[in-house]
Every structure is written in structure tokens, then in C-alpha cells.
Design a protein around this ligand. Structure first.
Ligand SMILES: *[C@@H]1O[C@H](CO)[C@@H](O)[C@H](O)[C@H]1NC(C)=O
Ligand SMILES: *[C@@H]1O[C@H](CO)[C@@H](O)[C@H](O)[C@H]1NC(C)=O
Ligand SMILES: *[C@@H]1O[C@H](CO)[C@@H](O)[C@H](O)[C@H]1NC(C)=O
Ligand SMILES: *[C@@H]1O[C@H](CO)[C@@H](O)[C@H](O)[C@H]1NC(C)=O
Ligand SMILES: *[C@@H]1O[C@H](CO)[C@@H](O)[C@H](O)[C@H]1NC(C)=O
Length: 319
């Protein structure tokens, strides 16, 4: 049994490793597409500015291949942002005490509502479903309104947090606890409690969404009947082709790996049984008054094999 236990530990370790690598890869891929969307929307939001007035939001137009995404831009003096904040900028409420780093004289706050593209650009954290679209708020330098590929500035709320008042939240199932998630520009992921049923808060810029544990949404195998009518979670959470492809690739790789391990397990169990038999034979031989050397001679080979089994196992696993 010792051998099998060791093997199981190894197997689960490898499983974790594979899952981790796979997850990291797809997370990296989706992060870079999300970053290129930020750059694209910065460009499109800035185009909404024609002789812009400070402190007035201008709605941008998303490119036609991204119908469903909304964007807007608001230009401000950073002094005004710090002193007065912005009461209401779409779903965002910005209090006073928000500073910009590095300092610029004027900045633009770009707003994003990713609508039905939310889970395309921001795949659900594993085990969670979205109850709202993903909303973004990012700060850029306003020095040149025709500039593209601008780096984000950093904004930090020093006094009270920025609030995000989601206009529509899919009701969480009874007993399920909804949470706020923030995707940082740097790829970080923070969970926070809701301020109220539809309001999240944050001290930084980024992308925001309300989530719920997905196992509480779809109770096991029954093909959730609540999905058909109304705006079920599946509508906001429509899967992208890309993540489907990744899933298939992951499935195939996972299947092959599982098959290899199954074969190995069968082999090892067989080997183990054999070793046990040999050990028993050996015991008999030791108990027996060291006669019948001719018959004991048989055990010579298996005894050596018993001690060599482990190195063999490692080689197989590395291969
Ligand atoms: C949409 O079009 C823009 C160019 O207008 C392109 O950069 C972007 O990759 C396209 N996005 C998708 C999802 O097709
Ligand atoms: C979102 O909806 C628009 C139509 O409203 C559609 O053209 C677009 O393909 C949808 N996006 C996704 C990711 O399904
Ligand atoms: C979701 O809920 C189930 C059961 O309550 C729990 O086992 C699981 O760990 C939860 N998942 C996450 C991601 O919190
Ligand atoms: C603003 O940016 C555009 C595009 O990068 C560039 O062509 C233009 O020269 C810049 N204007 C100024 C005043 O820096
Ligand atoms: C959130 O927005 C709704 C309407 O969009 C408004 O009635 C409500 O007062 C807002 N709540 C807060 C706390 O701002």
C-alpha cells in the first residue's frame, strides 16, 4: 500500500502542476487581449473629444466589430479631481481625495462597459459566474488628445473609496453570497465584499464585476431551467470561441496524461503484487531453517528487483 500511496501523492502533485501551467497560460493570453482592448478603447474614447469641456463626459463609439461595448471619456484637471472628485460618472462615484501618479496637470478617465464581451476579455475566475457586465475605469494623460497607446496613469483614493453602482445585477440565488472582483491593470485579481446589493468599492482603477460562486447557480446535473427565460447568468457569461478552443486543447492533453497515468498505475499495482509475493516467499525462506538453497536461489533476483523499483518509477514519470 505504501507504494500506491506514494504514487497517488505524486499523481496529485503532477495534476496540480499541469492545471497550474494550463491556467497560467490561458490567463496570460486573455490578459494580453484585455490589454490591447484597453489601448483600442482609449483611442476610441479620445476620438469622442471635439473641443471638450472639462468635467463633462463624452460617449465614445466602439469599433463596429465590438458592438455591445460602451466607452466614454471625461477630461479633468488633477487638482479638481483631488479637491472635488466626480459625483457621478456613469456607474462610478468618485469622492474627493483621489490623486494621480505620476502627477499630470490634466487627465482623462476612460470608462468601459464591456457588455456581452465581458467574459470574452475577462474570463470568469475559476468557480465563479458573473452577475453584471465588466465595467472599467482607467486614467490617462490628457496632454495630447490624439495620442494612442498611452500608458495608464495610476489613481489612488486616499480618503474614501470610489464606488461602482451597477445599474442591473442578476439576482444571486438565495443563500449565495455575491462578491466584488477587481481586475488590476497589472493582471492582479482582488475580491471584496459588496457595499450593498449592487454597489462595489475600490481604491484603485481597473475593471470591476460582481460574481457569485457558480456551483451555487447551477445545482449539479439538472440543465438549469432558470436559464431559458430572462437574462440568466449565461447571457452575460457567454463563452468565447477562444476559451472553447483552449478547453478542447486542455481536455485532450488532460485525457492523454490521465491515460498514461492509468497505465502506469496498473503496471505499478501489478509490480507491487509481484513484490509482495516475492517478499512472502522470502519470509518463508528465512523462516525455513536455511535449507533448500536451491529453491531459495530463486528469490535472489526478485529481492534485488524490490529495491530497484523506486528509481524505475521515477524514470517512468520523468519520461
Ligand atoms: C476590431 O477591430 C480593430 C480595428 O478596428 C482591431 O484592432 C481589433 O483587433 C478587432 N477586434 C476584434 C475582436 O475583432
Ligand atoms: C454582442 O452583441 C452584439 C450585438 O448586440 C453582437 O454583434 C456581438 O457579436 C456580441 N458579442 C459577443 C462576444 O457575443
Ligand atoms: C463554491 O461553493 C461550493 C459549495 O458551497 C464550495 O465547495 C466551493 O469551494 C465554492 N467555490 C469557490 C470558488 O468558492
Ligand atoms: C500627439 O500625438 C500624435 C499621435 O501620436 C502625434 O502625431 C502628435 O504629434 C502629438 N502632438 C503633440 C503636440 O505632441
Ligand atoms: C445607484 O444608482 C441608482 C440608479 O442608477 C440610484 O437610484 C441609486 O440611488 C444609486 N445608489 C447610490 C448609493 O449611489
Amino acid at each position: 500500500m505504501e507504494l500506491i500511496r506514494h504514487f497517488m501523492i505524486l499523481l496529485s502533485l503532477l495534476g496540480v502542476l499541469f492545471a497550474h501551467q494550463f491556467e497560467a497560460q490561458s490567463a496570460d493570453a486573455s490578459r494580453s487581449t484585455a490589454r490591447s482592448l484597453d489601448a483600442l478603447l482609449q483611442d476610441y474614447a479620445y476620438r469622442a473629444f471635439v473641443q471638450p469641456r472639462s468635467g463633462v463626459p463624452y460617449d465614445g463609439t466602439a469599433p463596429s466589430n465590438l458592438t455591445g461595448i460602451k466607452t466614454a471619456a471625461l477630461r479633468l484637471r488633477s487638482g479638481s479631481l483631488k479637491k472635488r472628485g466626480v459625483d457621478e460618472y456613469k456607474e462610478f462615484g468618485i469622492p474627493d481625495g483621489v490623486v494621480v501618479r505620476p502627477y499630470v496637470e490634466r487627465l482623462v478617465l476612460v470608462y468601459q462597459d464591456l457588455g456581452n464581451w465581458s467574459s470574452f476579455y475577462y474570463p470568469h475566475p475559476p468557480g465563479y459566474a458573473y452577475l453584471t457586465p465588466v465595467l472599467g475605469l482607467l486614467a490617462y494623460d490628457a496632454a495630447n488628445l490624439s495620442a494612442t497607446n498611452l500608458p495608464e496613469l495610476d489613481i489612488v483614493a486616499l480618503k474614501s473609496p470610489i464606488s461602482i453602482n451597477f445599474t442591473y445585477v442578476i439576482p444571486a440565488p438565495r443563500g449565495a453570497i455575491a462578491r466584488c472582483v477587481r481586475f488590476g491593470v497589472d493582471g492582479s485579481l482582488d475580491f471584496r465584499d459588496l457595499v450593498s446589493s449592487n454597489i462595489c468599492s475600490t481604491y484603485r482603477q481597473g475593471h470591476f464585476v460582481i460574481v457569485v460562486n457558480s456551483s451555487e447557480i447551477a445545482p449539479s446535473p439538472a440543465p438549469a431551467p432558470s436559464r431559458a427565460p430572462g437574462p440568466g447568468p449565461s447571457r452575460v457569461g457567454s463563452k468565447s470561441n477562444k476559451s472553447k478552443v483552449w478547453k478542447i486543447v486542455g481536455g485532450v492533453v488532460g485525457g492523454v496524461v490521465a491515460l498514461i497515468f492509468l497505465a502506469l498505475l496498473v503496471y505499478l499495482m501489478h509490480q507491487h503484487k509481484h513484490n509482495k509475493k516475492v517478499a512472502r516467499m522470502e519470509q518463508h525462506a528465512d523462516a525455513g531453517v536455511s535449507v533448500h538453497t536451491t529453491r531459495v536461489g530463486n528469490t535472489h533476483v526478485p529481492v534485488a528487483l524490490g529495491t530497484r523499483t523506486q528509481p524505475m518509477l521515477e524514470n517512468e514519470l520523468v519520461a
